[in-house]
Design a protein around this ligand. Sequence first.
Ligand code: ATP
Ligand code: MN
Length: 482
Amino acid sequence: MFNKRIKIKTLLAQDPESYREQEVTVMGWVRTFRNNQFIALNDGSTNTNLQVVAELGKFDESLLKRITTSASLKVTGAIVASLGKGQTMELKAASIEILGDSDAEVYPLQPKKHSLEFLREKAHLRFRTNTFASVFRTRHALAFAVHKFFNDKGFVYLHTPIVTASDAEGAGEMFRVTTLPFENTPRNEDGSVNFKEDFFGRSTNLTVSGQLEGELGATAFGEIYTFGPTFRAENSNTARHLAEFWMIEPEMAFYDLEDNANLAEEFIKYIIRYVLENNREDLDFLATRLAEEEKQLPQDKRSEMGLIEKLEFVINNEFQRLTYTEAIDILANSNHNKKKKFQYPITGWGMDLQSEHERYLVEKHFKKPVILTDYPAGIKSFYMRLNEDGKTVAAMDILAPGIGEIVGGSQREERLDVLLEKMKAMNIPMEEMWWYVDTRRFGTVPHAGFGLGFERMIQFVTGMSNIRDVIAFPRTPKSAEF
Ligand code: ATP
Ligand code: MN
């Protein structure tokens, strides 16, 4: 058997005494090799390298020459207590096998600090850096926590389709899915493309959200969630937009807006607590990284709290809840607005909030996560439930410090007549949406749900300021390498 190895994380967690005289095998990649004697070996299980000692004179010069940065090794030997600083144990190598050479002349990553921008160009290798290893182990832990949270509550994980025919959701620009040829494209008499000739016999797109299908699940199982990729062809080159991102969308029958907000707050706190308890080493590393990065910033641009402190603050304090109408009042009366410091001035009730407004509320005014509810019907989607006042809908957005919108959700319009009227007014084609409307015809119930952008959540938890650094292979305008 080849893979009779112990992971470095497992090894380091043990008392070195328990390994006395025992032979272990580790495998991993060389981070550094000092004095022709000390190998820092990393196997991806932790950022802490295992020190492997190749005693002087014991190994051939030709072998030692091949121990270069990122070469892969299989090392067998005895664990001994270490005298070195910051490590409890080291491995005294009895045998070293080179599994794969790495030419130091051309290996792009040096054992020094690289910028995040540089590493984005080397995304195929960036997992081998401490920062990205910590980010992606944290991403994994958060994903696991998402499933655990919903599973433990009895939600059904529903896999909604990636290819969809409806373009009614209106969440963003869509990518078209087609097998039609670019040349001699089949056309109708009026010159438009004849999608009857296309693969699915109609025009199809990549999904922008699993919500509409999620509602079909919720109105049978009671509570479902989706967790999958979504796509938006929006040409926004920001640090918080991707063309391909992952979204978590729970959808619950017998929930109103308040139940929805309660669930979202509980969920966010749960997954943060989960990583604080289970991924502390990586979070501590990322906290230190962030603190160092912020040292470069002018005083007023630095965060008031460290990363861990911020996460603990979020799980230990209630989110601020207020209505859109109250938010407009706060914004309109703020000194920031009076001094004309917003790029988009507050023009009054009915306007859509820009991210600068959201950030003002969260970062300057409340200094904590905010749940904004009850938006004007005119700026929100057709499926959101009309409130008693006839002009607002039971929508909610959750805004997080440093990120802005992290959750968008609502109570859904369950009243058939109100929904049909709304669809007509907003030009939502019935031919495409008949199946959705059927849920309101056959045993309709009050229900609600929300969508959490997974990468924005990871940004919040890891302190990474660019969304491209929390997804393995970012898809953004003009960029789909790797
Ligand atoms: P924004 O105003 O920030 O573009 P949105 O209103 O388009 O967001 P929704 O349609 O409500 O967002 O999507 C639900 C969630 O998905 C958002 O709260 C956000 O966390 C995430 N999200 C939306 N668009 C993107 C994107 N392009 N890249 C990454 N995450 C996104
Ligand atoms: Mn958007």
